[in-house]
Design a protein around this ligand. Structure first.
Ligand code: MRU
Length: 348
């Protein structure tokens, strides 16, 4: 079984420190919101669904000193500032904002109750977000696995497995599900520069599951597509907007362009809380920029002269026209996306 990435235990968040993988499987116990903020920014916990869950429990950490002796004004002022601080850690993945909004809504709904009751309701909400993530992943993984033929050659970019979610995963979850159904598979794993989520995390998860996989540098994907019969590309998402444009790890867009050229189906797999229908198209999605040192010193030593200018967007936008279908826990969405997305999201 794939690992459990994050859990709420003894009023603490227990999570795998993903920066230590693949060489060390180390669990962090977090009981301070400041430590959680650092963990999200440093990508100790990462992947859109996982940071959504971390954010929900992070709100509880930030409120833990309050009880019925706290004034309502102090409680709600602190809640607002807490939500703002957690939201600001990583701007692109909508799951983070979505989870924080869920937590805020519950607090507002029970605002007339005692602080103890409000906090109890918020804990239940966070646990619901946690369970929903587990359920959605398994459902979408099963739905997505039907799109994977036996003997498939698959290419993927960035980590979307158990480590990017509570457990199991989205895009990689479809692969786990197809593998569990007895299909023979081979994965081409993009290294995913600059932070190597493919090399460090996908390879670790796929090897643990006994799935045949080969690591390539991101710039080898075109050659692999030209040389090998790649059956499909499958990746995750950090935000999918109303017209289907999708933000995902930097390099996803290039892979989608390559897939189009080589006539390879390009699938996105994501739970429905990754959709943001308030935005009409992808150019409105805020894109996180990362620090230069992740590129200049990414391999533990300088790889470029001092003073080099660096541009490091963490995500890019894949235009909807390059996407064959979007796999969700409610079913597979196919073009024309604008209409199909709205219909699908309305389903219970
Ligand atoms: O910067 P990261 O590692 O958090 O980026 C993660 C991705 O881009 C994933 O593909 C996306 O969050 C989906 S995870 C199921």
């Amino acid at each position: 079984m794939p690992v459990t990435t994050i859990a709420w235990h003894d009023n603490k968040i227990r999570l795998i420190d993903q920066t230590r993988l693949p060489t060390e499987l180390f669990y962090l116990e977090i009981d301070e919101v400041e430590t959680l903020l650092e963990a999200i920014v440093k990508l100790r916990v990462r992947g859109a669904p996982a940071i959504g869950v971390a954010a929900a429990f992070g709100v509880l950490l930030g409120l833990r000193q309050f009880d019925d002796s706290t004034s309502r004004t102090v409680f709600f002022t602190e809640l607002e500032s807490l939500i703002r601080r957690i939201k600001n850690t990583r701007p692109t993945a909508i799951n983070l904002t979505w989870a924080l909004n869920c937590m805020n809504k519950i607090a507002q709904r029970y605002q007339q109750e005692s602080i103890t009751i409000i906090k109890e309701k918020m804990l239940q909400q966070a646990q619901q977000i946690y369970q929903d993530d587990q359920n959605a992943n398994r459902k979408l993984a099963k739905i997505g696995s039907s799109l994977i033929p036996d003997d498939a050659q698959i290419i993927t970019h960035c980590n979307t497995g158990a480590l990017a979610t509570v457990d199991y995963g989205t895009a990689l979850g479809t692969v786990f599900s197809a593998h569990a159904a007895g299909k023979k598979l081979h994965l081409w794993v993009d290294e995913t520069r600059p932070l190597l989520q493919g090399a460090r995390l996908n390879m670790w998860e796929l090897q643990n599951e006994g799935i045949d996989c080969t690591l390539i540098c991101d710039n080898m994907a075109a050659f692999v597509m030209a040389q090998h019969k790649i059956d499909l590309c499958i990746v995750g998402a950090d935000r999918i907007v109303a017209n289907g444009d999708t933000a995902n790890k930097i390099g996803t867009y290039s892979l989608a362009v390559l897939a189009k050229f080589h006539q390879i189906p390009f699938y996105i797999a994501a739970p429905t809380n990754t959709f943001d229908l308030t935005l009409s198209q992808g150019d409105k999605i805020p894109i996180e920029n990362r620090g230069a040192e992740e590129i200049t010193n990414g391999f533990g030593r300088r790889t470029t002269p001092e003073g080099s200018k660096v541009f490091s967007p963490a995500f890019d936008i894949t235009p909807a026209e390059l996407i064959t279908a979007i796999i969700t826990e409610k079913g597979v969405i196919r073009p024309p996306f604008a209409v199909a997305i709205r219909l699908q999201l309305k389903k219970p």
